[in-house]
Design a protein around this ligand. Structure first.
Ligand code: PA5
Length: 422
């Protein structure tokens, strides 16, 4: 179960102030749990978890098994909430090198010509399946990539191409549904009441994750247990995290860094970044979410975090790890590292975290730590629900609708105008 360590936040938050906020926090929690707050028609991500219906998981697992049998590559096309969740889970739970099963690749999450040209070259001669993911079915980045990939698939697989394309989209409407009706692609539905950034535990995320060989039932189960536990207001770490961040936001902090010491959690940070950025950042409110991977980034932004403008708070996402790769003793100790001999590298990494958290605290950066017992499907599912619950409550504390994203439309309007779309 995910643990919240707020000790380093403590010295920046007045206890009495925190206590007096509690009724407001619990009322924000009730708005979520009872579905009475702004955007309550977008709570499908909670509804699906709590209703215990595994029908769709079975279908996803069947399709994933077929792809795992027949494919060398699954190419996922999607952007934002239609991409970041799958990537976060796959990166967190896959080995760094090698691994078995089809390679899961991503496209349509930007419009780099070089990337997509090289991607198609990379696919030549391989057995490719495509999962195009777009709730609206109209997102330019994804639609553009899908047009290129569709042509490539027809060239490569002829009549068989359609049976290798799977569409994940809204129940009806949009270009993807039209194409699917015409071509007969297999389809998974993202229900209307689930927003993109809350969709990782629907087929949007589950199909790519299952193709990567990850146990999606365990993932969903971890989230489900978290959803049940966090439905109660007492002993609720998601509420504590939301409340502490809110008080720090109120006292003038503007940026929150999610820092990880395990590179495979980096993509989880990018998922978190979208979840919090799109949910909180409206009406002039919200902490600006950024992600860092330490100790790598201590050698780039570490100086700023330690010593730059004091407007930062930091959330460490850590996982317990038993170390087995011990530092070897060297007969001459020319590099001076013998004082570490026999200690596992994981322990050195953990001490680096402890030192960083203490130094940043001393430098004026309030920080907290969220602890996963280990990096497993269950614990990642737990963390996904934890953050979804926390950001919903946080949105209500900030008095914004945590489930819309009106600001995202602005760049699209300008881009379409410049591109001359009718
Ligand atoms: O969270 C969101 O709603 C967005 O990030 C969307 O997921 C993103 O814009 C992609 O939209 P769509 O799935 O409609 O292509």
């Amino acid at each position: 179960m995910l643990r919240y360590d707020r000790r380093h936040f403590g010295s920046f938050i007045d206890d009495a102030h925190r206590q007096s906020l509690q009724p407001r926090v619990e009322s924000a929690h009730r708005m979520l749990v009872d579905g009475t707050g702004a955007g309550s028609d977008m709570l499908g991500w909670r509804r699906l978890l709590l209703q215990d219906d595994d029908g769709v998981i079975g279908r996803v697992a069947d399709t994933a098994a077929r792809i795992r049998r027949e494919a060398d590559v699954l190419l996922c096309l999607g952007i934002g909430g239609s991409y970041l969740g799958a990537r976060a889970v796959i990166d967190a739970l896959s080995p760094y090198f090698g691994g078995e099963g089809p390679e899961v690749l991503f496209g349509g999450h930007h419009m780099s010509e070089a990337y997509h040209r090289q991607l198609l070259e990379h696919l030549r001669g391989r057995s490719v399946f495509v999962n195009v993911i777009s709730k609206s079915g109209t997102t330019l980045e994804t639609a553009l990539a899908f047009r290129l990939v569709r042509d490539w698939m027809t060239e490569a697989f002829g009549d068989e191409a359609a049976s290798r394309i799977i569409v994940t989209t809204g129940p009806e409407g949009g270009a993807l549904n039209r194409l699917r009706d015409e071509q007969g692609y297999e389809k998974f539905v993202l229900p209307d009441d689930v927003g993109g950034r809350f969709s990782v535990l629907t087929p949007v995320g589950l199909l790519p994750v299952a193709v990567a060989g990850i146990d999606i039932r365990a993932l969903v189960d971890g989230a489900r247990q978290s959803a049940r536990r966090l439905s109660e207001a007492s002993n609720n770490a998601a509420l504590d995290y939301a409340a502490d961040r809110f008080l720090l936001h109120e006292s003038g902090y503007v940026t929150e860094i999610m820092s990880v010491f395990e590179p495979r959690l980096r993509s989880f940070g990018f998922w978190w970044q979208q979840l919090f950025g799109e949910s909180e950042g409206k009406d002039g409110m919200g902490l600006f979410p950024v992600t860092a991977q330490y100790s790598t980034d201590l050698h780039s932004i570490g100086q700023y975090v330690q010593d730059g403008q004091r407007k930062l708070i930091e959330t460490f996402l850590m996982a317990g790890e038993e170390g087995s790769l011990a530092v070897p003793a060297a007969s001459q100790d020319l590099d001076g590292l013998n004082y570490l001999a026999g200690r596992p590298m994981a322990e050195v990494n953990r001490v680096a975290y402890e030192g960083t958290a203490a130094a940043h605290l001393a430098g004026g950066v309030p920080n907290c730590t969220l602890w996963l017992d280990e990096i497993s499907p269950e614990s990642i599912g737990d963390a996904i629900y934890f953050f979804e619950h926390a950001v919903s409550v946080s949105g209500y504390l900030l008095d914004v609708n945590p489930f819309d994203q009106p600001g995202v439309e602005e760049y699209k309007r300008e881009m379409y105008r410049l591109l001359g779309r009718a």
